[in-house]
Design a protein around this ligand. Structure first.
Ligand SMILES: Nc1ncnc2c1ncn2[C@@H]1O[C@H](COP(=O)(O)OP(=O)(O)OP(=O)(O)O)[C@@H](O)[C@H]1O
Ligand SMILES: [Mg+2]
Length: 187
């Protein structure tokens, strides 16, 4: 049986094949246009081994889009953003590290509240609702994960960390599919 012939099977395969490193690479691709325009450099540092998660890849994509978008916005020099993904202490992790303006004392937790925005006059002209971090944390929690500020320093930058449960290890292809789809039967 080929993948895609049975919608139920195809869906199962989709949820098995959720590698956080791919979500990171796709988000970086989506941001490439904006990065070019603003002279930003976005880099990745991904583990060699897969980072398997049982998460909704579109929701994870939205979280990463929001974090990258913020990193390219709240910065007063050519933006440098690095996304890292690996398995750490039994969790799947993505870090988004930037060289932006950083968050002041208090802001670090307040910024996750809805409609909370910067008071920095440098960003008066930046449109936004103050919902990106609030919504991103909700999406992380909906996937049994967490979204927090790991480190931040005014004038230096910020590192956000998204943590998700690792997917329980399952065979990459269910055994019955492997048998049915075995090559060489025609010979
Ligand atoms: N990477 C970052 N570096 C510095 N400050 C940040 C960063 N990300 C967010 N902030 C601060 O946190 C505030 C809230 O961010 P959030 O993404 O929730 O809302 P927003 O960007 O203001 O608007 P929206 O995301 O709804 O368009 C921002 O206004 C900014 O002050
Ligand atoms: Mg935002």
């Amino acid at each position: 049986m080929l993948r895609g012939e049975d919608p139920g099977v195809a869906q199962d395969l989709e949820s098995l094949a959720n590698d956080l490193r791919e979500a990171v690479q796709e988000a970086v691709r989506r941001a490439a246009g904006r990065a070019d325009v603003s002279g930003a450099q976005i880099s990745t540092r991904l583990s060699d081994a897969p980072v398997p998660v049982d998460a909704d890849s579109r929701q994870i994509g939205r979280i990463l889009d929001n974090l990258i978008h913020n990193s390219l916005t709240y910065v007063t020099r050519p933006p440098r953003v690095q996304l890292q993904s690996n398995v750490e202490r039994g969790r799947a992790v993505v870090r988004v590290i930037d060289n932006g303006v950083g968050l002041g004392e208090g802001e670090r937790t307040e910024m996750f509240e809805p409609f909370r925005r910067t008071k920095n006059p440098a960003f008066n002209g930046v449109p936004g609702l103050g919902l990106g971090l609030y919504a991103s944390r909700k999406l992380a929690e909906a996937n049994r994960g967490t979204l927090t500020v790991e480190r931040t320093e005014p004038g230096v930058g910020t590192s956000f960390i998204l943590g998700l449960p690792l997917a329980k290890s399952k065979p990459a292809v269910p055994p019955n599919i492997a048998v049915n789809g075995a090559l060489g039967e025609k010979n």
